[in-house]
Structures are given as structure tokens and as C-alpha cells.
Design a protein around this ligand. Structure first.
Ligand SMILES: C[S@@+](CC[C@H](N)C(=O)[O-])C[C@H]1O[C@@H](n2cnc3c(N)ncnc32)[C@H](O)[C@@H]1O
Length: 170
């Protein structure tokens, strides 16, 4: 299970700035971010491929609807906010699914966004953590192709990387 780290806290802090009816987190891990979402959203859902993380999350936050699935594939309906701190470290082998996001680091991020878009309300928002350790060009191309708007809403410089939370809208 991915233990809460700087990226977790950065996303949780951003998530607290939003409110609405339905929120979804892709890749819940220990549940720190879904707990933040549950403060201001009436209904919160989450997914992960790691069964242990889901069990831990369920114990911490029983109100959250959880699914063991790839990205957002188990969900239907419309969400006001979708958030994710995806695995983003570059690695050809994807040896650790909690942190490795593909050869350039961003492949899993693109898949998560792709999976989330059909569920996002017209005026909904998606928050995604991106890292300077990953090559963002595939995400930039996807955003351009889908004509999404993207803005950086929070950044944090660590000694070895710069973390950003970007907001995607239609
Ligand atoms: C960087 S961790 C973030 C965990 C937590 N959200 C946090 O911020 O601490 C990424 C999470 O995504 C999950 N994950 C990896 N691949 C996934 C997939 N295809 N579908 C859903 N979750 C996935 C991992 O198991 C892990 O819990």
C-alpha cells in the first residue's frame, strides 16, 4: 500500500478547496485523499487495483463507495470532481504499480484521465498530480487532442522533484 507522502498531502489540500455532490478518486491508496473529499462532498467513490489498500480504506472511511478495478472502469454516472495521484515514476518494467507509471512516467496518468473523462460533469473538474520526474509530453498531447483546459493550481518544490496539481476542465 502507498503510504501518504508529500504528493498525497498536496492533492488532499487541493481537494479540500472543492465542494459538490459527487467526487471520485482513482487510486485511493491509504485513503487520505478520499477522507478530504468526504469533508465537502455528499457522495465519495474510489478505486484501486490493490485489494489491501481498499480494505484499509474501507476501515478508515466506511462511507466511501470503493471498487477494485482499473482506473474508473467500474463506475458510471457523473462526478463533479475526479482526482488522482497516479503512479508517475518512469520505469520500463512497471515493477511497482503504486509508483511506476510507464516508460515516460505519464502513461498511467493519461489512461486514468481517459477513463475519467466520460464520467466528468460538463462543468466538472479533474485534479491530477504531475511530477517533474516524468516526461509530460504525452499528457500535453492528450490534453490538446481532447481540447481540455489545463491549469496548475498548486506546486511544491522538493529537493529532488517539483510536484504540481493540475486542474483539467472541458
Ligand atoms: C501514488 S499512489 C497514490 C495513493 C493515494 N491516492 C495517495 O495519494 O496517497 C497510486 C495508487 O494508484 C493505484 N493504482 C495503480 N494502478 C492502478 C489502476 N490501473 N487502477 C486503479 N488504481 C491503480 C495504486 O495501487 C496506488 O494505490
Amino acid at each position: 500500500m502507498y503510504l501518504p507522502a508529500e504528493d498525497t498531502y498536496l492533492l488532499a489540500e487541493c481537494a479540500l478547496q472543492y465542494r459538490g455532490r459527487w467526487a471520485l478518486e482513482i487510486g485511493v491508496g491509504s485513503g487520505a485523499v478520499v477522507r478530504a473529499l468526504a469533508e465537502n462532498f455528499e457522495n465519495v467513490a474510489g478505486s484501486d487495483i490493490d485489494w489491501g489498500s481498499l480494505r484499509h480504506c474501507r476501515a478508515q472511511e466506511p462511507r466511501v463507495m470503493l471498487a477494485c478495478c482499473d482506473a474508473a472502469s467500474a463506475f458510471c454516472g457523473t462526478f463533479d470532481l475526479i482526482v488522482s495521484n497516479p503512479p508517475y515514476l518512469p520505469d520500463d518494467e512497471k515493477t511497482d504499480a503504486t509508483v511506476h507509471g510507464g516508460p515516460s512516467g505519464v502513461e498511467t496518468t493519461v489512461r486514468f484521465v481517459q477513463s475519467a473523462l466520460p464520467l466528468l460533469a460538463k462543468d466538472g473538474r479533474m485534479l491530477v498530480v504531475v511530477s517533474s520526474l516524468a516526461d509530460q509530453s504525452a499528457l500535453d498531447s492528450f490534453v490538446k487532442k481532447e481540447r481540455l483546459k489545463i491549469k496548475v493550481i498548486k506546486e511544491k518544490a522538493l529537493f529532488f522533484e517539483r510536484l504540481s496539481v493540475v486542474e483539467l476542465t472541458f
